[in-house]
Design a protein around this ligand. Structure first.
Ligand code: GUN
Length: 286
């Protein structure tokens, strides 16, 4: 059996088109939805990511601004700028690109963003809302994974989902979202004793570790859905995920490729969160 591909590029195009329609509807009401992206320092990957976030936004008609600051920026100055943006009714979403320079406390920085503008979904208020099943911004990567699962029509109720990875950005919120969809969820991590015994039970596997080929064909139940969140480089420098794609695709029922899988969906869901922030914002001057 060869798995069917879940095409992240095609689905992301669809999501962006939906966002573009919502942007037009807001503009017709006189609201110009705006995202501000903050980049501190010169991290090369972060420069690419933030540039892409701004370009994606503008492609859907969202206004986006990239604010760049030197790596030596005092944390107090960054917090002051975030507070200004919190108070600016013309800004609907605020994203501070991670990682931050070592002299900054990323947690304190994220907690300074107003929850109503936390389009990354990293604020404790957003995480708490997800935990208790209340509305709030969902972290873009697991949110995109859920959209991919929806797109193939899989009913998660009663299914066994195994999430490999326990980060605050992917693993933990992914597990909460799957639980919210009534899956039975197992979270595995570096301390898990027999990972293969767990993954072989799984109807859905989400690999979010950051280590290539960590999920191989012998670890996957025939017909399972495999979502690959990994972003690694192989020996030739080519982008690859956490999953041994060529092997696993012969066993799985569905699989996401890297590139062209979760990555484009993560980018698209940021736009969804931003348009939602703008739709929910009180009218200016109110
Ligand atoms: N660094 C890597 N991924 C992300 C992300 O999704 N959001 C932010 N703010 N920083 C990141």
């Amino acid at each position: 059996m060869t798995a069917q591909l879940i095409d992240g590029n095609a689905l992301a195009r669809q999501v962006r088109a939906e966002v573009a329609d919502r942007v037009q509807a807001l503009k017709a009401r006189g609201v110009e939805p705006r995202l501000t992206v903050i980049l501190v320092g010169e991290d090369p990957a972060s420069q690419v990511y933030t540039r892409n976030k701004v370009a994606d936004s503008e492609q859907t008609g969202l206004q986006a601004t990239l604010e760049r600051y030197p790596a030596e920026l005092p944390e107090a100055d960054l917090l002051a700028r975030i507070r200004q943006l919190n108070d600016d009714a013309g800004v609907h979403g605020i994203l501070v690109q991670l990682p931050l320079p070592r002299h900054m406390d990323a947690h304190r920085v994220i907690e300074t963003i107003a929850p109503a503008k936390d389009v990354d979904g990293f604020h404790v208020a957003s995480a708490g809302a997800l935990m208790v099943g209340q509305p709030g911004f969902r972290p873009c990567t697991p949110y995109g994974c859920m959209r991919m699962l929806e797109s193939i029509g899989v009913d998660l109720k009663g299914k066994h989902a195994v999430v490999i990875g326990r980060s605050n950005i992917v693993g933990k919120p992914m597990a909460m979202m799957l639980l919210g969809a009534n899956a039975t969820v197992t979270i595995c991590h570096s301390g898990t004793r027999d990972l293969k015994a767990q993954t072989l039970q799984a109807d859905v596997v989400v690999a979010a570790v950051g280590k290539r080929n960590m999920l191989t064909a012998d670890m996957v139940k025939p017909g399972a859905v495999v979502i690959d969140v990994g972003m690694n480089r192989d020996d030739a420098g080519k982008l690859c995920g956490d999953v041994d794609f060529d092997g696993v695709r012969e066993v799985a029922g569905w699989i996401t490729p890297v590139p062209g899988g979760v990555g484009p969906m993560t980018r698209a869901m940021l736009l969804v969160n931003t348009i939602e922030a703008a739709e929910k914002a009180p009218p200016r001057g109110a």
